[in-house]
Design a protein around this ligand. Structure first.
Ligand SMILES: Nc1ncnc2c1ncn2[C@@H]1O[C@H](COP(=O)(O)OP(=O)(O)O)[C@@H](O)[C@H]1O
Ligand SMILES: [Mg+2]
Length: 346
């Protein structure tokens, strides 16, 4: 069952960044009036030319032919994975989303995988960060190593506050590293998420769900068979609970961020992951609880229920939310406080 709709992408921001001729009117006019105009190149010539340029980018030969403005940031973002012998080719664009493009890469044999999915964040993020304020509350800023930035690093803190170019780069890296470290934590905990392989300045590499004919569809693209609906619903709920046991809430969970493959589900897209509470299992130094945690969790559960209700499951999002919040957030918090007071008494 696969009905991927790869949609066209305007790439307007890359055009600005990498093809000034298109945005600079004067330059465009000059180009138009050039007297020795030559007919357009044939498709084959263009492809050969692109392959040449890709070769010049340092020996990274890829099968996928990127659009002109996509080429630079794609190759720059994926080059380190190639150098680290994690990937050997970029085969296809899986999907171009608002914030990232995901590519199917041929995995290097040493990884033990046939393919890997590379999520390459858009350069637009540097200039126009998604309204992520709600999610950032209670989170630390993560550096490229995945460790929290030090509050004593005044240069970095000032840049973040002032939203300078450097500050935006730091915020961008942090956003991406929250996704990567979430995958590490949750995959290690046994959640149904892709296995993370590597992170770079502008991309993360993870296991690929799908095959050579296409990537796994997201739940919203398909209708589930009657005999699998209940099992898959339970599985999604189990993952929500598992995340809560680790003090985390997905934050953008819906049928759009759940992949379906081999009668199973995989949760994806974690940059906005939020802290539900200070859990017994995990506590990141410097991080706190997101004050909107209840709202964020309730919204995730409501969206999941919307999809599964439409597929025939009889579910009550309010009741589920109340139950899991009491059991996994309130009780865990009480327990942790009780444990702490025992230690104090000892
Ligand atoms: N590991 C993966 N394997 C296969 N396809 C993936 C994987 N990760 C993402 N995708 C595809 O790429 C799309 C965009 O990825 P996502 O992480 O949701 O980013 P966005 O922020 O752009 O929504 C998804 O809807 C899915 O179709
Ligand atoms: Mg998504």
């Amino acid at each position: 069952m696969n009905s991927n709709n790869n949609y066209a992408d305007p790439y307007e921001s890359y055009e600005e960044l990498f093809d000034p001729l298109r945005t600079n009117r004067q330059a465009r006019r000059k180009r138009r009036t050039k007297p020795n105009y030559k007919p357009k190149k044939t498709q084959e010539e263009l492809i050969a030319n692109t392959a040449d340029i890709i070769g010049l980018e340092g020996g990274l030969q890829i099968t996928y032919v990127p659009a002109k403005h996509e080429k630079m940031w794609l190759l720059r973002s994926l080059r380190p994975f190639y150098d680290q012998e994690l990937i050997s080719d970029v085969e296809a664009l899986v999907k171009g989303g608002k914030e990232a493009n995901v590519y199917r890469c041929a995995a290097h044999p040493a990884t033990g995988q046939k393919w890997l999915a590379a999520k390459v964040y858009r350069p637009r993020m540097f200039r126009n960060l998604r309204n992520d304020q709600m999610y950032r509350r209670g989170r630390t800023t993560l550096t490229a190593n995945g460790v929290p930035a030090k509050a004593s690093d005044t240069r970095l803190m000032r840049a973040l506050g002032k939203k300078t170019g450097f500050g935006q780069q730091v915020a961008h890296t942090s956003w991406l590293m929250h996704e990567y470290t979430a995958l590490e934590l949750l995959h290690g905990a046994g959640a149904s998420v892709p296995k993370p392989f590597a992170s770079g300045d502008n991309a993360i590499l993870m296991s690929y769900i799908g095959d050579e004919t296409g990537s796994a569809p997201t739940l919203n693209e398909i209708k589930l068979d009657e005999d699998e609906v209940w099992t898959l619903f339970q599985k999604v709920l189990r993952n929500i609970v598992l995340m809560l046991q680790y003090g985390r809430i997905h934050g953008d969970l819906s049928a759009y961020n759940i992949l379906y493959w081999d009668r199973d589900v995989t949760l994806i897209d974690f940059p906005q992951i939020a802290n539900s509470h200070v859990s017994k299992k995990t506590h990141v130094v410097g991080s706190a609880v997101n004050p909107d945690a209840e709202f964020i969790l309730e919204r995730d559960i409501t969206r999941v229920c919307e999809y599964f209700s439409a597929q025939g499951v009889n579910c009550d999002p309010d009741a589920i939310f109340g139950d899991v919040w009491d059991r996994y957030v309130e009780d865990d918090t009480q327990q942790r406080l009780a444990d702490a007071s025992t230690w104090l008494e000892e």
